[in-house]
Design a binder for this molecule. Structure first.
Ligand SMILES: *Cc1c(COP(=O)(O)O)cnc(C)c1O
Ligand code: SF4
Length: 338
């Protein structure tokens, strides 16, 4: 297990601008010694460094912090129910490493807390009442919870909530594989099948230790999927994405989604134009294994849900924005100043 570090001096010899220090005031810096050890050069061009270093651009502009209105979509505490039949349960609000591109970075300054057992029961009861079939246990990072408690959460949703499909979203295997205990894997194997949604963004994040953990998770019967975020200056090149997706597949991890970076305050310096995002998929399609190619997932503001795009999608424009169609058939304009 590697130590968690929060002091900006850890980033030396890199010199932060005054704006970057202010950004760290609004969105605190935090990472692990393990993840820091993957940094090859202390510069914003380094794919690992760029995911942890505060940038002055984070606090520029006036973008909303919660355009998806997550907090208004909670029928009971910690549960986001936005789509038919599935819901997200926010089990805790802390992570081992703060990703600068996090769409929930607005919560980083809250006091660290986890859902209580009573709240899990309440959420499970809601799932049963509402016919929820698929629950995504997210956070924060649920892998930081005590193993027995995370096992209990999964069991409650499955047994008491009658939920058929369980997913757990975690970045811990990427930012500190040594912190994922054998006990946690064993506990989760008793509730299988569970889909583990990992968060690798760049081939520089692979290590022998991380690979060994992926093998162990597979052996425990956990089903491994990955959700990347498309990040300018980190992975917005077809060659990098091709290596990432094939490398995941080789390690027994299915690339499920690559997320278009959200139009959220604090992440603007990572935005990639949507036509470039689809173009990157187009460059890869046909050249890499079809299993390796994820959907591009675009979360449209207003809580209307994700729009999934593939390499063959055309992107009509209107009023300088992109015209997207949600799963309900509703047309929305999507663009940088919406
Ligand atoms: C992404 C998401 C889901 C799951 O969507 P899938 O397309 O089934 O992976 C469920 N609820 C919310 C609120 C989401 O943002
Ligand atoms: S691991 Fe996920 S929730 Fe945690 S900071 Fe990174 S993106 Fe945000």
């Amino acid at each position: 297990m590697s130590r968690i570090v929060t002091g900006l001096n850890t980033l030396e010899p890199f010199v932060l601008t005054r704006e970057a220090v202010a950004a760290a005031g609004e969105f605190p810096f935090k990472t692990t010694e393990y993840y820091l050890s993957l940094v090859r050069s202390c510069s914003e061009d380094d794919p690992v460094f760029r995911q942890i270093v505060p940038s002055g651009e984070e606090i520029a502009g006036n973008y909303p912090s919660d355009p998806f209105m997550e907090e208004e979509k909670m029928p009971v505490p910690h549960l986001i129910h936005r789509y038919p039949q599935r819901a997200v349960f926010l089990a805790n609000n802390f992570c081992a490493s703060n990703c600068r591109h996090c769409m929930r970075k607005r919560i980083w300054k809250e006091k660290p807390s986890s859902a209580s057992l009573e709240e899990v029961r309440e959420a499970a009861d809601y799932c049963r009442r509402s016919g929820i079939e698929d629950v995504i246990i997210s956070g924060g990072d649920p892998f930081l919870l005590p193993p027995e408690f995370l096992g209990e959460i999964a069991t409650l949703f499955r047994k008491r909530g009658g939920v058929k499909v369980l997913r757990i979203g975690t970045r811990l295997p990427v930012v500190d594989p040594g912190r994922v205990s054998g006990k946690l894997l064993k506990t989760l194997s008793h509730v299988s099948p569970i889909y583990i949604m990992l968060h690798y963004n760049h081939p520089a994040e692979w290590t022998p230790q991380g690979d060994e953990l992926l093998r162990k998770m597979g052996t425990c019967g956990l089903i491994l999927m990955n959700q990347s975020v498309l990040l300018k200056g980190v992975n917005d090149e077809a060659s990098v994405l091709g290596e990432l997706f094939m490398g995941l597949l080789e390690r027994g991890v299915k690339p499920y989604y690559i997320h278009q970076c959200d139009l959220v305050r604090g992440v603007t310096h990572f935005w990639v134009d949507l036509s470039r995002s689809v173009g990157l998929l187009r460059e890869l399609q046909g050249y890499i294994s079809g299993l390796a190619l994820p959907y591009l997932a675009v979360d449209v503001p207003g809580g209307l849900g994700k729009v999934l795009l593939g390499p063959s999608d055309s992107l009509p424009r209107k009023e300088g924005k992109y015209l997207l169609r949600t799963y309900t058939g509703r047309e929305v304009l999507y663009g940088f100043d919406s």
